[in-house]
Design a binder for this molecule. Structure first.
Ligand code: ASP
Length: 353
């Protein structure tokens, strides 16, 4: 672990977990080639860190990985690093590639139950070592968020969240929406937790706090026996059938139209009913970025409800996938699994009656 420490009056202590991605890259000014920079020299790339006067330690993944290569075992590594260092730090900043950041942040929001300290994910679209980088601002403000406390001394944002281009979002509500712009993440179905302008503002009514006395509980097992099926006009029965018959598959995230609708085809209902008989759980989320699944609203959605499809409400695909992995790894029978899926476990869904 690499540290920048301050002596004297108690300063916030923050652990940076560097997993990889563009933010940790450096552009050789002469050749223009990108390479991972040495985190032992973090402060020489970002001398502004000294102005924060925080005790900062850094735990780099070795080797750093592009987030396209992230796996559930890497999520478990992040969860374990946080658990092992939980008492020694006031907050955590996870530097991560942007491509799958929404998946990792969603997964960690389930794996870290009873979380009482900030876990702030950030990254950048341009390497931290380039002139117009968004990485420095994202890193410095994430550190400030991880260290922020309320007047009673409690952490202001004890949640898994994503900070990107001035916006603080709940991690499991986040989706990457741009491969180009700095403003690359959105939370379409949940308000901002905060934003950074001249002042760092927090919207406390939307921030989750653990119950008094609640302790951190970490689950690192994730079961990946699931598939995602996005429907489209003209989808063929054999495609649906093949997905439900993948060996070992235990759950399917069905990505439907509008408020949770699918074509009114008898064969689709038969496939869903057969999947249910084989204890395969199907969760309905919408292809729309904004809004929620309401399966009773149209006949095209009601038929899914009647075939036993579970409502995923306004969950993102990222959070539906990782929530299923988290729940499938628990010893639940199919009724318990369906009941847990229908609840909001970590603020990932707006459950309506
Ligand atoms: N491919 C990179 C990654 O996700 C992109 C980035 O860091 O923004 O790791």
């Amino acid at each position: 672990m690499i540290s920048i420490t301050y002596s004297g009056k108690r300063q916030p202590s923050i652990l940076i977990i560097y997993t990889g991605g563009t933010i940790g890259m450096y552009e050789d000014p002469e050749s223009g080639a990108l390479s991972n920079f040495d985190f032992a020299k973090l402060a020489s790339y970002v001398p502004e860190l000294y102005h924060l006067k925080f005790n900062i330690s850094c735990y780099p993944f070795d080797p750093p990985i592009d987030s396209s290569d992230m796996l559930p075992r890497h999520w478990a590594d992040i969860a374990c690093i946080i658990q092992d260092n939980y008492e020694s730090f006031d907050g955590f900043v996870v530097l991560h590639g942007t491509d799958t950041m929404a998946y990792t942040a969603s997964a960690l929001s389930f794996m870290l139950q009873g979380l009482g300290k900030p876990v702030v994910f950030t990254g950048s679209q341009l390497p931290i070592g380039t002139l117009r980088t968004d990485g420095k601002e994202n890193l410095l403000t994430s550190l400030e968020i991880a260290a922020a406390t309320d007047p009673d001394g409690r952490p202001t944002v004890p949640e898994v969240c994503v900070f990107f281009e001035n916006q603080l979002l709940r991690g499991n509500r986040t989706t990457k929406i741009s491969a180009e712009g700095f403003n690359a993440f959105r939370s379409f179905n949940y308000p901002l937790l905060g934003d950074a302008g001249i002042h760092l503002r927090f919207y406390r009514e939307y921030i989750h706090h653990p119950s008094p006395g609640e302790k951190l509980r970490v689950q690192t097992d994730m079961d990946t026996h699931l598939a995602v099926l996005s429907i489209f006009p003209g989808i063929r029965r054999e495609v649906v059938k093949a997905i439900f018959h993948i060996e070992g598959v235990r759950a399917v995230v069905l990505v439907t139209y509008g408020s949770g609708n699918a074509p009114q085809k008898q064969w689709l209902i038969e496939e869903l009913e057969e999947a249910r008989r084989r204890d395969i759980v199907v969760v309905n989320v919408t292809q729309c970025s904004q809004g929620t699944v309401e399966m009773g609203r149209y006949a095209t959605g009601l038929q899914l409800l009647q075939a036993g499809v579970v409502n995923g409400y306004d969950s993102t695909v990222e959070s539906a996938v990782t929530k299923l992995m988290y729940l499938l790894a628990q010893e639940l029978n199919s009724d318990e699994l369906r009941a847990r899926l229908s609840e909001s476990i970590s603020g990932e869904a707006t459950v309506t009656a």
